[in-house]
Design a protein around this ligand. Structure first.
Ligand SMILES: NC(=O)c1ccc[n+]([C@@H]2O[C@H](COP(=O)([O-])OP(=O)(O)OC[C@H]3O[C@@H](n4cnc5c(N)ncnc54)[C@H](O)[C@@H]3O)[C@@H](O)[C@H]2O)c1
Length: 256
């Protein structure tokens, strides 16, 4: 019998209640790992645990809360420690700011975007990386965005925050490269998830989705499983020589 890629491993996945984080959590569990998801929305968290339960006998847990708080970060690490300690951390949850982000110089919105997309991952990484280094093994995958590689007109805070997590990835990866901890980053292009709920609710949603598809050289949006596949690759031993990699999974958008 072939062993799953994550057998015997414990993974923390933030934003595990929806979209890319949910697909990543299910994939990790399907490959033999035990997952602790972090999710703001209790219903979404429960749904993901049920979906995992349908494909994997592994024990998985959820921590319902805001990843930007120390309380939630502590609870996540404690839950992972109870399962044996985090081998993998996927910082997937993100905040785009919704339509208000366009053309907005609102400092509160800017702060919230950075709190979720940069400060939260930073404090979680700080709680697990030393333990990983002591063990001599660990993988951290940050989910940035194609919008962190190129400028996106109008959504300044989101683009800047995603660029920050790209370079946080590189700096940490270099520091821990010879201690067995790999830090890498995935930059998704437009992906069909709840992240686009504002667009979906717009009266001209069909046109907006068609425009997104047109923008992508591949001619369509990504499915969350296609992004999860890249995250899980970087989290796995198959990516043993990937250190500080910034992998665009964007249908060719940033290749233009
Ligand atoms: N969907 C896209 O088009 C797209 C494109 C590029 C990058 N991304 C990035 O991919 C990541 C995942 O996005 P997605 O498309 O799966 O979104 P999604 O909205 O489907 O899922 C994100 C989940 O994270 C949760 N979450 C948000 N803030 C949280 C917080 N503070 N604490 C705990 N949970 C929180 C949400 O409740 C949600 O369930 C994000 O970082 C996003 O910026 C998405």
């Amino acid at each position: 019998m072939t062993r799953g890629r994550f057998e015997g491993q414990v993974g923390i996945v933030t934003g595990g209640g929806s979209g890319i984080g949910r697909a990543t959590s299910i994939g990790f569990a399907q490959d033999g790992g035990r997952v602790v998801i972090c999710e703001l929305d209790p219903d979404r968290a429960a749904e993901t645990l049920a979906l995992i339960g349908a494909v994997s006998p592994q024990e998985c847990r959820s921590v319902v809360g805001d990843l930007t708080t120390a309380e939630t970060a502590d609870a996540l690490v404690q839950a992972a420690d109870e399962l044996g300690g985090a081998d993998v951390l996927v910082n997937c949850a993100g905040f785009g700011g919704g339509r208000a982000a366009y053309d907005s110089f609102d400092p509160e919105l800017w702060s919230r975007i950075f709190a979720v997309n940069v400060d939260g991952p930073f404090q979680l990484i700080g709680r697990v990386i030393k333990q990983m280094a002591e063990r001599g093994k660990g993988a951290i995958v940050n989910v940035a965005s194609a919008a962190g590689l190129v400028g996106e007109p109008g959504i300044y805070g989101y683009s800047a925050s995603k660029a920050a997590i790209v370079n946080l990835t590189r700096a940490l990866a270099l520091f821990y490269a010879n201690q067995g901890v790999r830090v890498n980053c995935v930059c998704p292009g437009v992906t069909d998830t709840n992240f686009l709920s504002n667009v979906r609710a717009a009266p001209d949603a069909d046109q907006l989705f068609a425009r997104y598809a047109e923008m992508m050289p591949i001619g369509r949006l990504a499915q969350p499983e296609e992004i999860a596949a890249a995250i899980l690759f970087l989290a796995s031993d198959a990516a043993s020589f990937c250190v500080g990699s910034v992998l665009a999974v964007d249908g060719g958008w940033t290749a233009q």
